[in-house]
Design a protein around this ligand. Structure first.
Ligand SMILES: CC1=C(CCC(=O)O)c2cc3nc(cc4[nH]c(cc5[nH]c(cc1n2)c(C)c5CCC(=O)O)c(CCC(=O)O)c4C)C(CCC(=O)O)=C3C
Ligand SMILES: [Fe+2]
Length: 336
């Protein structure tokens, strides 16, 4: 199995080259890069993402061993070391002919799915003839284990509010914003807004499982030039709006991400939290799903589901695409 992720810097000297890798050809203005570099430098230039991915891989290895499955797990990233090109080269040297790929995004759309297919194509091209076949597993936004892990995290967050706040607190789901144009590409069902509809559906399922009727879905970490429209509202603006309506506290569920990486510990635990504090609002950020034991269980299930040809275990009627071999488009009209 190849565990494929985003990657992050592991020291101050990594920050600039990492950001150059992330934004190459993506039209992100230099001012935005300077700002984001500051966020990383605030943590000594170290993103927790690589460590968190290694923790998830350990849990996955344990889960595989418990299930009696002998499957070595390799780790590769799009933007930083270990880069996926090197990992796939090592897999070829080890004689791997075919591997399942778990990408650390629950979603369809360009950044969450198609770009991982591009990573697979690039890595195989760089390795050449000996490259293993790489079969990416499907999107998991509505997988029962993913939903359950997030719902439990929401329950814990509500319980962590100040006494008396939980009854009047607002549940706010947040995911990475993307340009409206990127979200407007047709998905596997031929309809646009593939990513934002999946985020809406996952949020609905998590709220339902946590027993909460009212909630909002908002966006964070917008990038790109200011004149280009992205998904809105932004979480910080939304916290202000809630304050204007008299909401005393928020529970923020980072449904869009699987681990407490920099977009979570900076954009939520600093920016959004500071805004709430400034307004005198209660604020608790729910845990991401990656550290929940059910997350590793889900990965093993996705692999077993693929190998057995069993129908997918999923809670919504929205299609979950994203499964394809060697980065080929998975289905006509699919987001990939
Ligand atoms: C949908 C989505 C996910 C979720 C799906 C998934 O998880 O894959 C995600 C995850 C992540 N995004 C991350 C970091 C960054 N994203 C950036 C820029 C961008 N993200 C975008 C979208 C997404 N991003 C987009 C449309 C851009 C604009 C440039 C472009 O069109 O590509 C930039 C450049 C600077 C900036 O402008 O912010 C950085 C540094 C990290 C790692 C954090 C760490 O290091 O701990 C993670 C997990
Ligand atoms: Fe991003």
């Amino acid at each position: 199995m190849l565990f494929l992720s985003f990657g992050g810097p592991e020291g101050p000297e990594d920050v600039r080259p990492f950001l150059e890798n992330v934004t190459r050809g993506r039209g992100v203005p230099p001012e935005r890069l300077d700002e984001v570099a500051e966020h990383y430098l605030h943590f000594g230039g170290v993103s927790p993402i690589n460590r968190l991915n290694r923790d998830m891989i350990k849990a996955l290895e344990t889960e595989l061993a418990d299930a009696g499955v002998e499957l070595p797990v390799y780790f590769g990233n799009r933007n930083w070391h270990p880069v996926v090109e090197d990992t796939v080269a090592r897999m070829a040297e080890d004689g791997v002919g075919r591997a399942l790929v778990f990408a650390t995004s629950a979603w369809g759309g360009y950044s969450g799915c198609k770009q991982y297919h591009e990573d697979i194509v690039r890595a195989r091209e760089s390795v050449g003839e000996r490259a293993p076949d790489l079969v990416k597993l499907r999107q998991f936004f509505d997988h029962p284990e993913f939903v359950a892990a997030n719902a439990d995290a929401v329950r814990r967050a509500l319980a962590a509010l100040e006494p008396g706040q939980a009854e009047r607190a607002r549940l706010v789901f947040t995911a990475h914003s993307v340009p409206l144009k990127a979200d407007d590409q047709p998905g596997a069902d031929g309809r646009p807004q593939w990513y934002s509809r999946q985020v809406a559906e996952a949020s609905r399922l998590v709220a339902e499982e946590a027993g909460i009727a009212d909630y909002d879905v908002v966006w964070q970490s917008r990038s790109g030039p200011p004149q280009v429209p992205w998904l809105e509202p932004d979480i910080v603006d939304h916290i202000e709006a809630l304050h204007g309506q008299g909401t005393p506290a928020v529970v923020v569920s980072p449904i869009g991400f699987v681990s407490d990486h920099l977009e979570v510990i900076w954009d939520l635990d600093n920016e959004a939290k500071d805004k709430a504090a400034e307004l005198g609002m209660g604020f608790v950020r729910a845990d991401t799903a990656g550290t929940d034991p059910r997350f590793a269980k889900m990965i093993v299930e996705l692999a077993a589901e693929h190998l057995s040809g069993r129908p997918p275990r999923k809670l919504s009627l929205l299609a979950a695409a994203g499964c394809s071999t060697n980065g080929e488009p998975c289905a006509p009209g699919c987001c990939c």
